[in-house]
Write a protein that binds this ligand. Structure first.
Ligand code: NAD
Length: 251
């Protein structure tokens, strides 16, 4: 394994995570072997046009994902990251998770400062009115917007509050990401194929600010060259190596 930094030596650590972060929890990644987009066509289940065309089918896909993810637990990697925040964050030290994942496993492991770039499988909104809610049920059975129904429109569906293909990222998230990446001195990117923009290029903001960049991925990615350290291993092993010092400090 490459020269592995110890997270304790840094003041502002950002964990930038993608689907590979949850692979060891049993959540399938999007691309590559066993990837979701090998089995499903995102034009039919992960964009607004598909939802407008056939909301029931789009919900069938998202209910399949809700059921699958609801059976998964955070892995040791999620737990190391949560522990970093608990033990390292203080008046002059920060630990932030910026995730492309929609599974909620960072929060389930105890992470509190989490920016969900692509939304959440567990959050819902209405495309017509301002109704929003969080709902952990799997599957979600009541698909119609209750507020629209009350106003006499029984045909309006709830929508997963996820950034689908063609959707824009929330402005508030972009501001928070910019702030976290500008001040960070260590960015650890974990389990992302770096092909979905604008998320893919976000680590460059940290690089421009002088942060040390670490890539954790069993495979190279199109952006591997920008990283100072490459750890070609799994999330759980790499995080144990980078965060294992917390055990020494505790003993
Ligand atoms: P990805 O599936 O493209 O890539 C996963 C990466 O994880 C791969 O590079 C793989 O080598 C790596 N990996 C696999 N196992 C690993 C392990 N154990 N440890 C570390 N790394 C491992 O996932 P991505 O990069 O997160 O994809 C980008 C984004 O595309 C997704 O996060 C998703 O939000 C997004 N997207 C989702 C939707 C949707 O509707 N849900 C729609 C559009 C885009």
């Amino acid at each position: 394994m490459a020269r592995v930094p110890d997270v304790r030596g840094f003041n502002n650590v950002v964990f930038f995570t993608g689907a590979g972060m949850s692979a060891e929890s049993g959540v399938p990644t999007y691309r590559g072997k066993g990837g979701i987009w090998k089995e499903y066509d995102y034009d039919n289940c992960a964009c607004q046009e598909a939802f407008d065309r056939d909301p029931e089918y789009v919900w069938e896909f998202h209910n399949y994902r809700r059921e699958l993810v609801s059976k998964c637990q955070p892995n040791d990697g999620h737990r190391w990251i949560a522990r970093c925040e608990r033990e390292l964050a203080g008046p002059n030290k920060r630990v932030t998770v910026i995730t492309q994942n929609i599974d909620g496993l960072h929060q389930a492991a105890g992470s509190e400062t989490v920016i969900e770039l692509h939304g959440s499988l567990w959050k819902l909104r209405c495309c017509v009115c301002d109704w929003r809610a969080e709902d952990l049920s799997a599957p979600l059975r009541e698909l119609r917007c209750p507020q629209c129904e009350e106003a006499g429109r029984a045909d309006v569906y709830k929508r997963p509050d996820i950034v689908w293909f063609g959707d824009s990222l929330a402005n508030s998230n972009l501001v928070a990401v910019q702030e976290a990446l500008t001040r960070c001195d260590l960015l650890i990117s974990i389990g992302t194929s770096a092909v979905v923009y604008p998320a893919a290029q976000m680590p460059l903001i940290a690089k421009r600010g002088g942060a040390l960049l670490v890539e954790v991925n069993p495979e190279e990615t199109p952006l591997s060259d920008i990283y100072d350290v490459a750890i070609r291993g799994t999330a759980t092993k790499a995080l144990a190596a980078m965060c294992g010092g917390l055990d020494e400090a505790a003993s």
